[in-house]
Write a protein that binds this ligand. Structure first.
Ligand code: GUN
Ligand code: ZN
Length: 435
């Protein structure tokens, strides 16, 4: 790959903002540049300085006046649910049984999985998302399609086959042994290949027997460096059902704890209705709660209470995600917008710096990959988005009165969508313009 310089307004977070006007939490360079070589950022600074030290014939891609930021990270999404998005249901279990468990059966067909997989990555790129933590279907071939497509685009993706051996149609269930064997084979095949990371994925306690949970525990024990993803405390009826299936666990999070699935690489989708003990145990085990605002509103699950999940000392780890197809949009802007509204309803606003920190470095930290993704620091992978706050006539009119960077970011998160993503670079390659 030829080295290149990207020129634009460079914005990269160094830490979580401590206040709305915390200028130390980010680096901003008005006429900035990134030097990209072999898929990595090898220098960052003022354009004039970067240009001076680079070879004279280097390609310069001038994105001024747009913002260059780290690619967005979606920490919970279901790739077999592209054709479930916008399904009309009153609650989680109805939505799962009526639409989701019907649609996911089609992923036993590798050709179908490949077709949807290709569209899935196109949508991520279109919306500026360069990494995602993803649920595949129960079928190993859906995982093959998922990682094949990631490799084609050289994307850092985390995903795995859902383990599910009950409470679903027969054609969508595995067995404790087959889920163990298939997961092991898929780890061998895909984990660490290119930028792929395998995630052990027991779908949720309802669709796994205790015998299958033991298999998930064995896998986690044998592969302690792998991510684990599952669902937790999304909907009241779901919680009641899960607890009835595991009466000795004490509470829903206790089920996962019992099987050794809590920990710093574990991502728990939703966490809308946690008990105090569950929240405390999540903090104690360094587990991550994944806030999925568009999904929680669309399925009517409830309002995520950020302050409560973060805990009295703010130590609770929280990630943000779309949860498509329960979620309604691939855009992390649309996701931030709904997150803001959910929190504002509870008297907890998320300021714009925190918002953009969250979808970049915050989510990278949540998946423990901040050394590779989530910032524009030298040495990290060159996953970069180019943002335009003047993308639509309505945005242009509003931008006439915008005077600060924070206001510009807030406008993008409040009304922006894929039209505000000018370009998406993955490991230094421009992918959006090629779609
Ligand atoms: N709980 C178990 N499976 C799912 C799923 O596919 N989507 C959501 N939103 N919740 C779940
Ligand atoms: Zn989900």
């Amino acid at each position: 790959m030829r080295a290149k310089i990207l020129r634009g307004r460079v914005l990269s977070f160094n830490d979580a903002p401590k206040a709305r006007d915390d200028k130390d939490c980010y680096t901003y360079i008005e006429d900035g540049a990134l030097l990209i070589e072999n898929g990595k950022i090898t220098a960052r600074g003022e354009f004039s300085g970067i240009k001076k030290t680079a070879p004279t014939d280097i390609d310069v891609i001038d994105h001024r006046p747009h913002i260059l930021m780290a690619g967005f990270i979606d920490t919970h999404i279901h790739f077999p649910q592209m054709q479930v998005l916008a399904s009309y249901a009153g609650s989680l279990l109805e939505w799962l049984n009526t639409y989701t468990f019907v649609e996911e059966q089609r992923f036993d067909d590798l050709a179908h999985a490949r077709k949807i997989g290709s569209s899935f990555y196109d949508e991520l790129i279109r919306h500026g998302t360069t990494s995602a933590v993803t649920y595949c279907s129960v079928h190993p071939q859906s995982v093959d399609a998922f990682f094949e497509e990631a490799a084609k685009r050289n994307m850092l993706m985390i995903g795995g086959k859902v383990m599910m051996d009950r409470e679903a149609p027969a054609s969508l269930t595995d067995t404790p042994q087959s889920s163990y064997d298939d997961t092991n084979a898929l780890i061998e095949k895909w984990h660490g290949k290119g930028r792929g990371h395998y995630a052990i994925t027991p779908r949720f306690a309802i669709t796994s027997t205790p015998e299958q949970m033991e298999m998930a525990q064995a896998l986690a024990g044998e592969h302690p460096d792998l991510h684990i993803q599952t669902h937790l405390s999304e909907n009241k009826a779901e919680i009641e059902f899960a607890n009835s299936l595991y009466p000795d666990a004490g509470d829903y999070f206790g089920i996962y704890q019992h099987y050794g699935l809590a920990g710093e690489k574990s991502l728990f989708g939703h966490c809308v209705h946690l008990e105090d003990r569950e929240r405390d145990a999540m903090i104690e085990t360094n587990s991550v709660a994944v806030f999925c605002p568009t999904s929680n509103l669309f399925i009517g699950s409830g309002l995520f209470d950020w302050a409560r999940v973060a805990g009295p000392e703010g130590k609770g780890r929280i990630a943000l995600a779309t949860d498509v197809g329960g979620g309604t949009n691939y855009s992390m802007f649309r996701t931030l917008d709904e997150a803001y509204k959910i929190l504002n309803l509870q008297g907890q606003r998320m300021n714009p710096l925190t918002s953009f920190y969250q979808i970049t470095l915050g989510n990278a930290r949540a998946v423990s990959l901040q050394d590779q993704i989530g910032s524009l620091d030298v040495g990290t992978d060159a996953d970069v988005v180019v943002l335009n706050a003047n993308a639509t006539p309505a945005m242009q009119v509003r931008m006439e009165t915008v005077t600060t960077l924070e206001e510009e970011l807030f406008l993008m998160q409040t009304v922006g969508d894929d039209r505000a993503i000018v370009e998406t670079y993955v490991a230094g390659e421009a992918l959006k313009s090629g779609l």
